[in-house]
Design a protein around this ligand. Structure first.
Ligand SMILES: *Cc1c(COP(=O)(O)O)cnc(C)c1O
Length: 492
């Protein structure tokens, strides 16, 4: 380990002879970009060209990464060469390669060249778009792109910006659901309900972010009801209605119902129409979480996954999962933005300005928890423009076809069972010999380093999950996965 810097040492280094201020490194970003960008772009190109040949799951031991790097910050400026060589030496081996074409785990966090390049532009502009005034383009491009996205996904008109609602980009679906929860909470309280009496409902298969959002909103675990699901892992509206009725009878206030389009475990699809009816009948906020699966609605033939969405107060899908936009980009749509501002807007003197005062502009700080915000819309804008709507549809349709093909191979093999339906691009399967065989198969697959798949447990049964949605995933990648499954799975 290096010695700690000596606090008495002479610093900063003296001004180079003849240099005018500002003379410190980084003070001329345009010059440095011109010098260094080609090497950085080369590095990115090499990384992406080779990422499919790397072990998908990082093989480093805990602590290895840190041990490779100096314990203290450098006193003298370092060259980009040194930084890039540490990427190859330390960061790449210490990376689990989400951008591998044989990434099949969890859901993807896919990316694309337009997203990568747009991230550099976003950082170049360095916009902090908390107010319209601090980023007119940041704000207005976002409003427009959210309208584009609503149209591409065939979302109900009430989520467009020409009414009282519209779309806003958050960092994550977790934040989007939290914002909806805070708005729902304060709407219910404004109507006279006590915080302690509020109750929220979601299915047993809902994402953990629903419960986390409630906790952050100041509710306790016993204020969330986990509604049972049917054999296809969809929320049972009859069970929801029963739970709501019991709470109402006990004097409690149902304030939030969260339905999922494409649950994280198995892509269960809650029936939005009947679930929304129950929410509406009791004046509860109806939030729909389509974080991953929402992208499938790009395809007209799959728009039915959103049947019943007209009744929703809010809806979230993540372009950073299956729409090539790279972390972080979560699209939250609301039918009415007023409850968001009621819950989240605080205006100290230093944020007052004429544009806000005129009432003619949107200040997206009022639609999110943090104050500051990046120009994330630029990334989604670049992706949609470079792919075109047809390109986006072709990619998503291609992923679903590959998943269907894998499903057919599994179904035709007596060693495997498919206990839940595959509506989209997620295939769940088990070995007929039971959990031990399934778990061993997953371990063996991932130990090859050639693929990464993950698992879930449904009614106690261990299932392998294969999510097909990486940007570069093609038929050869699915063939390789199938060859491994075929070779590594024991006989029935
Ligand atoms: C992934 C996922 C989330 C969480 O998404 P983040 O953007 O990582 O917060 C929420 N809900 C569902 C259904 C998901 O699949």
């Amino acid at each position: 380990m290096d010695a700690a810097p000596d606090p008495d040492a002479e610093s900063p280094p003296p001004r180079p002879p003849g240099a005018e201020p500002p003379w410190w490194p980084g003070a001329r970003p345009a010059d440095e970009l011109a010098d260094a960008a080609p090497a950085v772009v080369d590095w990115a190109v090499r990384y992406l060209e080779g990422v499919g040949e790397r072990p998908v799951l990082s093989e480093v031991a805990p602590g290895w990464v840190r041990d490779q790097l100096p314990a203290h910050a450098p006193e003298e400026p370092e060259a980009w060469d040194a930084i890039l060589s540490d990427l190859d030496r330390v960061v790449v081996p210490g990376t689990t390669h989400w951008q591998s074409p044989r990434w099949f785990g969890y859901f993807q966090a896919n990316s694309s060249a337009p997203a990568v390049l747009a991230e550099a532009i976003i950082a170049t502009l360095g916009t902090q778009g908390m107010l319209w005034q601090t980023g007119p383009a940041c704000t207005e491009v976002e409003t427009l792109i959210m309208d584009w996205l609503a149209e591409l996904l065939g979302l109900p008109d009430r989520f467009r910006s020409d009414g009282p609602g519209g779309g806003v980009i958050q960092d994550s679906a977790s934040s989007s659901t939290l914002v909806a929860t805070l708005a729902a909470r304060d709407r219910a309280r404004a109507a006279g309900a006590r915080l302690d009496d509020l109750v929220a409902y979601t299915s047993v298969d809902a994402h953990s972010s629903v419960e986390k959002g409630l906790r952050v909103a100041g509710l306790l675990a016993d204020q969330l009801r986990s509604v049972p699901v049917d054999g296809a892992r969809a929320m049972r509206p009859d069970a929801l209605a029963e739970a709501v009725a019991a709470d109402v009878a006990a004097g409690r206030t149902p304030f939030l119902v969260v339905a999922t389009v494409g649950t994280t475990s198995t892509h269960g699809l809650d029936p939005l129409g009947p679930v929304g009816d129950v929410a509406r009948a009791h004046g509860a906020w109806f939030h729909v979480d389509a974080a991953h699966a929402g992208a499938a609605a790009l395809l007209p033939e799959l728009r039915w996954i959103h049947d019943g969405l007209e009744a929703a107060d809010s809806y979230v899908m993540d372009p950073h999962k299956w729409l090539f936009t790279a972390m972080e980009c979560s699209a939250l749509f609301v039918a009415d933005a007023a409850p968001l501002a009621d819950a989240l807007s605080i205006t100290p003197e230093y944020l007052r300005n004429a544009a806000t005062g005129s009432g003619q502009v949107v200040d997206y700080r009022d639609w999110q928890v943090p104050l500051g915000r990046r120009f994330r819309a630029l990334k989604l804008w670049a992706v949609i423009r470079r792919f075109g709507a047809e390109g986006l549809r072709a990619a998503v349709r291609g992923h679903i076809a590959l998943a269907a093909d894998l499903e057919a191979r599994l179904a035709a093999d007596a060693r495997f069972v498919l206990p839940v339906p595959r509506p989209l691009n997620l295939v769940c399967f088990a070995h007929v010999a039971g959990d031990e065989a399934s778990e061993a198969l997953l371990g063996a697959l991932n130990a090859t380093g050639r693929v990464f798949c993950s698992h879930t447990r449904i009614d106690g049964r261990y299932l392998l999950r294969v999510s097909v949605g990486q940007t570069a995933t093609g038929p050869a990648d699915l063939d390789e996965l199938w060859a491994l499954v075929d070779r590594l799975a024991p006989p029935a």
